[in-house]
Design a protein around this ligand. Structure first.
Ligand code: PEP
Length: 259
């Protein structure tokens, strides 16, 4: 069983033209090339080639996408296949981001189908789960996480789990500037790890990378990453600012050095 990995991933969302993506990827490479943790930039589909160029074959910084379809090809207008992503040098893919669940009809079932297809093709899924503000207020956080995690992992075997990352992203904290406290984030990440322990094994749960996402920034990253069950971050807004992103990556490197 592999060792747990610290992974800091930037989610650029729908930002940057290909030219801008190359410039930003170069800026990330200049600042993060010596990171002791894994660094990923998840870019829009049209930016994949240029972002890859900007990374200049970096062995530390990997390329990610923000969605993948479950079919290998066919009549699925507007979608993209795992093979297409792989052919652009993509290693990671964000699946089930709350913005996709909220605005584009992504369901627990489609998240599972995309996850299985990604794993089978050799892409590493970053599967997003998280409760809304209302669900938290109603005391439903754990049941929502349990439902989303179990659904995402349907038919995923223990060996494949090695290549999967979970991102705990409370919906109320995404792009809002409201961050979960480190205790709130840790509580849910530990719950998620315990769930994986129940579903698989101690070793699988121990090796699993669980990221926190939701207004993580240069100021709060070190504190969030100091928690024992937070193994990285999925970073939206701050990933577009290379200096801020580098501070978060440094916090990830420090955590990796402590493992
Ligand atoms: C995200 O897009 O996954 C995210 C966490 O965004 P932000 O950091 O901007 O809240």
């Amino acid at each position: 069983m592999k060792k747990r990995e610290i992974v800091i991933a930037g989610n650029w969302k729908m930002n940057k033209t290909p030219f801008e993506a190359r410039v930003l990827a170069e800026a990330v490479r200049e600042r993060c090339e010596n990171a002791a943790c894994k660094v990923v930039i998840c870019v829009p589909f049209v930016d994949l080639f240029q972002a890859k160029e900007g990374l200049l074959g970096s062995s530390k910084i990997a390329l990610g996408a923000q969605n993948v379809h479950w079919a290998p090809s066919g009549a699925f207008t507007g979608e993209i296949s795992a093979e297409m992503l792989l052919s652009c040098g993509t290693e990671y893919v964000v699946i089930g981001h709350s913005e996709r669940r909220q605005y584009f009809g992504e369901t627990d079932e489609s998240v599972n189908r995309r996850t299985l297809a990604a794993l089978q093709a050799g892409l590493k899924p970053i599967v997003c789960v998280g409760e809304t503000e209302r669900e938290r207020e109603e005391g439903l956080t754990e049941s929502v996480i349990a439902r989303q995690v179990k659904a995402a992992l349907t038919d995923v075997d223990e060996a494949a789990l090695e290549n999967l990352i979970f991102a705990y992203e409370p919906v109320w904290a995404i792009g809002t500037g409201k961050t979960a406290t480190s205790e709130q984030a840790e509580e849910v990440c530990r719950y998620l790890r315990d769930l994986v322990k129940e579903l698989y094994s101690d070793a699988a749960a121990d090796a699993l990378t669980i990221q926190y996402g939701g207004s993580m920034n240069a100021k709060n990253a070190a504190e969030l990453l100091s928690m024992p069950d937070i193994d990285g971050g999925l970073i939206g807004g701050a990933s577009l600012k290379p200096d801020d992103f580098a501070v978060i990556v440094n916090a990830g490197s420090e955590k990796a050095a402590r493992l």
